[in-house]
Design a protein around this ligand. Structure first.
Ligand SMILES: C[C@H](O)[C@H](O)[C@@H](O)C(=O)CO
Ligand SMILES: [Mn+2]
Length: 415
C-alpha cells in the first residue's frame, strides 16, 4: 500500500520537486522565538506598566513570573517544534539576583543563566535593548530625546546591550542579532520633524561606535509607522532606518505589523535585498493595526516564506517572531506561531516555482495563474507529518494535549 508520504512524493515529483531535499532544507531556517510572548512583555525588573505604546490584551492565567518559569515554558514549547530554533531576549529579562541594576549598567553576567540554558540546549540567542517601560522612557522619547542626559542614558543602554549580544554570540557559537527599536514619536503633529531624526541618527552612531565581531553580534534596526501615543510622527520611520541601514551596513528589521495595513513585507523583501546585506524579519500579524496577534498560516505568511525561498535569501534573512497575546495559553501561542511559520517555509520549499516562473517568462499569464492555484492543493500535509515525525514531535494537534497537561499541572499553580 502506498503511504500518504509516498503519494505526496510522487505528486510533487510530477512537478519536478524533490521532497526529501525540501525537507532537509528546513534545517537552514531556525525561527527566533521571542521570550516576551511568555509573560506579556513584563520582564523581571518589576518596572510596572508596559510602555512604549505597546499593548497586550487579555489575562489568561498561568503566565511565567520569573526566569525559571519562562525557561521551563520555553522548553516545553521547543519540545513541540520540529528542528532547532533560537531564543530572543529583551534587556528587561536580565537576572540581577534581586539587586536594582540600571539598564545602562547591564552586563552579560546578568544573562549568565540564559546563556547556560541556551548552550545546554544547543540554541542560539538573539537580543534587544529595551527602550520602554522605564521612567526615562515615560515621555515616549529615548534615543532622540532633546535632553542630552536622557539621550546618553539610552545610548549607554544600547552600548551595553551590544556587548551582551556579543557575549551571547561568543558563548553559543552563533551570531546574536541585537535589534534596536525605539518608540520615539509624537502624539500630535510635530513642529520640528528634522531635529529628532538628526538626534536619533547621531545617537545610533554612538550606540554602534564600538567595533564588535560580526561573528558574535549583528546590529539590526527596526522601523515603525506609528504607535499608541505616537500616532502623528515616528522618528524611526521606514525611510529613516532603510537609509541608516544602507549607509552603515546594518541589518534592517522588517516587522510585519509596522507598515500601513495595505502594505506587506513579502513585497518589500526583494526590494530591500537589492541594497541591504541582511534582513531580520519580525513575523507578526496585525489585525487592523499593529495588534501583534499570534501568527497563523495566512496568505501573507506564505508569501513571506515564498519570497525568502524564491529569492534564495535563506542565508541573509533572520526569521524572528514578534507577537503577544494574553487571551490564550502563552506556550500554545508560541507553538502555533512557530509551527505556522515552519509550515509556510516548508510549503515554500516544496513549491514548484520553476514552472510558474517559466510560464511568466514566456508571457503565458493564464498558465501562471492556473499553476499557482493548482500548487495550493498539492499534498503538503503528508510532507509536514513526515517532517514532524522525523524530528520526533507531534505532527497534528497532539502537541496541544501536552500543553493542556502542563497547564493543569504547572501553570494553573501560578497565582
Ligand atoms: C517588544 C516589541 O514588540 C519589540 O521590541 C519591537 O520589535 C516592536 O515591534 C515594537 O512594536
Ligand atoms: Mn517588532
Amino acid at each position: 500500500m502506498t503511504t500518504a508520504y509516498e503519494f505526496a512524493c510522487e505528486r510533487y515529483a510530477e512537478h519536478g520537486v524533490d521532497v526529501d531535499a525540501a525537507v532537509a532544507a528546513m534545517d537552514a531556517y531556525p525561527v527566533s522565538i521571542h521570550c516576551w510572548q511568555g509573560d506579556d512583555v513584563g520582564g523581571f525588573e518589576g518596572a510596572g506598566e508596559l510602555g512604549g505604546g505597546l499593548a497586550v490584551t487579555g489575562n489568561y492565567p498561568g503566565k511565567a513570573r520569573n526566569a525559571e518559569e519562562l525557561r521551563a515554558d520555553a522548553d516545553l514549547a521547543m519540545s513541540l517544534l520540529p528542528g532547532k530554533h533560537r531564543f530572543n531576549l529583551h534587556a528587561i529579562y536580565a537576572e540581577t539576583g534581586g539587586e536594582k541594576v540600571e539598564r545602562d549598567q547591564l552586563t552579560a553576567e546578568h544573562f549568565a543563566a540564559w546563556i547556560d540554558w541556551a548552550k545546554s540546549r544547543g540554541v542560539g540567542l538573539d537580543f534587544n535593548p529595551s527602550y520602554f517601560s522605564h521612567p526615562l522612557a515615560a515621555s515616549g522619547v529615548t534615543l532622540s530625546h532633546a535632553d542630552k542626559s536622557v539621550r546618553d542614558f539610552w545610548i549607554d543602554h544600547g552600548k551595553a546591550c551590544r556587548r551582551i549580544g556579543a557575549a551571547m554570540g561568543a558563548a553559543t557559537g552563533s551570531p546574536c542579532v541585537t535589534n534596536v527599536w525605539v518608540p520615539d514619536g509624537s502624539k500630535d503633529t510635530p513642529a520640528d520633524r528634522k531635529a529628532p531624526r538628526e538626534r536619533l541618527a547621531c545617537a545610533l552612531d554612538e550606540v554602534f561606535s564600538e567595533k564588535l565581531n560580526p561573528k558574535q553580534n549583528l546590529d539590526a534596526v527596526e522601523s515603525k509607522l506609528f504607535g499608541i501615543g505616537a500616532e502623528s510622527y515616528t522618528v524611526g520611520s521606514h525611510e529613516f532606518y532603510m537609509g541608516y541601514a544602507i549607509k552603515n551596513g546594518k541589518v534592517l528589521c522588517l516587522d510585519a505589523g509596522h507598515f500601513h495595513p495595505t502594505e506587506v513585507i513579502s513585497d518589500k523583501l526583494s526590494a530591500v535585498m537589492q541594497f541591504i546585506p541582511e534582513v531580520l524579519l519580525h513575523v507578526s500579524r496585525g489585525v487592523r493595526w499593529d495588534s501583534d496577534h499570534v501568527v497563523v498560516l495566512s496568505d501573507e505568511l506564505r508569501a513571506i516564506a515564498q519570497e525568502i525561498v524564491r529569492g534564495g535569501y535563506g542565508g541573509r534573512v533572520h526569521i524572528g517572531l514578534d507577537f503577544f497575546d494574553a487571551t490564550i495559553n502563552r506556550i500554545a501561542a508560541w507553538v502555533i506561531g512557530v509551527r505556522s511559520t515552519q509550515k509556510a517555509l516548508l510549503a515554500a520549499l516544496l513549491e514548484p516555482w520553476g514552472e510558474v516562473r517559466d510560464a511568466e517568462a514566456a508571457g503565458d499569464l493564464t498558465a501562471r495563474l492556473a499553476l499557482m492555484e493548482e500548487h495550493k492543493t498539492l499534498p503538503f500535509d503528508a510532507v509536514w507529518t513526515h517532517y514532524c515525525e522525523a524530528k520526533g514531535v507531534p505532527a497534528g494537534a497532539g502537541w496541544l494535549k501536552q500543553v493542556q497537561k502542563y497547564e493543569a499541572e504547572v501553570q494553573s499553580q501560578r497565582s
